[in-house]
Design a protein around this ligand. Structure first.
Ligand code: AMP
Length: 192
C-alpha cells in the first residue's frame, strides 16, 4: 500500500514523473491540474470557475479544490494506494487532506519533492509554452506561479519534513535519469 505525494515547482517535471511512478508501482496518479484542465476543456461549471484562476497563475480557491479532491479520493481505484500530484499546495490543504485520510484511518507514507532552480524552470516552461500552448505558460504568469510555490507550497514541504516523511530528489537531468533517482528514493523511503 502506497499513499504518496509528489511536490515540485511548476516545470519540475512532476507530471511526467508521476505518470511513470504510477505505472511502475501500479497506483493511480491524481493530478489536480489535469482534472482542472479536463474541466476547462469540457466547459463544465467547475472548469469555468477554475479557468479564471489558472489563466492568471493563481491557485483555485481551497473551497473548490478540496471538495474536488475529496470526491476523487472516495472512488474505488484509490483503495490500493494513490499518488497525488499538485495537491496539497497550501497548508490549509494539508490540514484538509489529513482530515480526509484520518476518516479512513489512513495517512501518507511518502512525500517526494522534486527540486530545480527558478531560472532553469522558467527556461523549461517557456519551451513548453511553445510546444503545448498552455494558457498559463507565459513569462509573467510563470514567474507568478513560481512565487506562489515559494510563498505557499514550501510551507507544505516543511510540514512534511517535520513529520519525517519527506524525501528530496534533484529534478535536473534527463527524464530517465530523474525517474531512476525518484524510484530509488521511494524504495529507500519505504524501507525506512
Ligand atoms: P499544475 O498542472 O499542477 O501546474 O496546475 C495548474 C493550475 O491548476 C495551477 O496553476 C492552479 O491554478 C491550479 N491548481 C492545481 N492544483 C491546485 C491546488 N492544489 N490548489 C489550487 N490550485 C491548483
Amino acid at each position: 500500500m502506497t499513499r504518496m505525494l509528489i511536490i515540485g515547482p511548476p516545470g519540475s517535471g512532476k507530471g511526467t514523473q508521476a505518470e511513470r511512478i504510477s505505472e511502475r508501482l501500479s497506483v493511480v496518479a491524481i493530478s489536480t491540474g489535469d482534472i482542472f484542465r479536463a474541466n476547462v476543456k469540457g466547459e463544465t461549471p467547475l472548469g469555468v470557475e477554475a479557468k479564471k484562476y489558472m489563466d492568471a497563475g493563481d491557485f483555485v480557491p481551497d473551497s473548490v479544490t478540496n471538495k474536488m479532491v475529496r470526491d476523487r479520493l472516495s472512488e474505488a481505484d484509490v483503495e490500493t494506494g494513490f499518488l497525488l500530484d499538485g495537491y496539497p499546495r497550501t497548508t490549509a490543504q494539508v490540514d484538509y487532506l489529513d482530515e480526509i485520510l484520518a476518516k479512513g484511518d489512513e495517512k501518507l507514507d511518502v512525500v517526494l519533492q522534486l527540486t530545480a532552480d527558478d531560472e532553469e524552470l522558467v527556461h523549461r516552461l517557456l519551451g513548453r509554452a511553445k510546444e503545448t500552448g498552455r494558457s498559463d505558460d507565459n513569462e509573467a504568469v510563470i514567474r507568478h506561479r513560481l512565487d506562489l510555490y515559494h510563498e505557499q507550497t514550501e510551507a507544505v514541504v516543511a510540514k512534511y519534513a517535520e513529520r519525517g516523511i519527506l524525501t528530496q530528489v534533484d529534478g535536473i537531468g534527463g527524464i530517465d535519469e530523474v525517474t531512476d533517482r525518484v524510484m530509488q528514493a521511494i524504495k529507500a523511503a519505504q524501507a525506512a
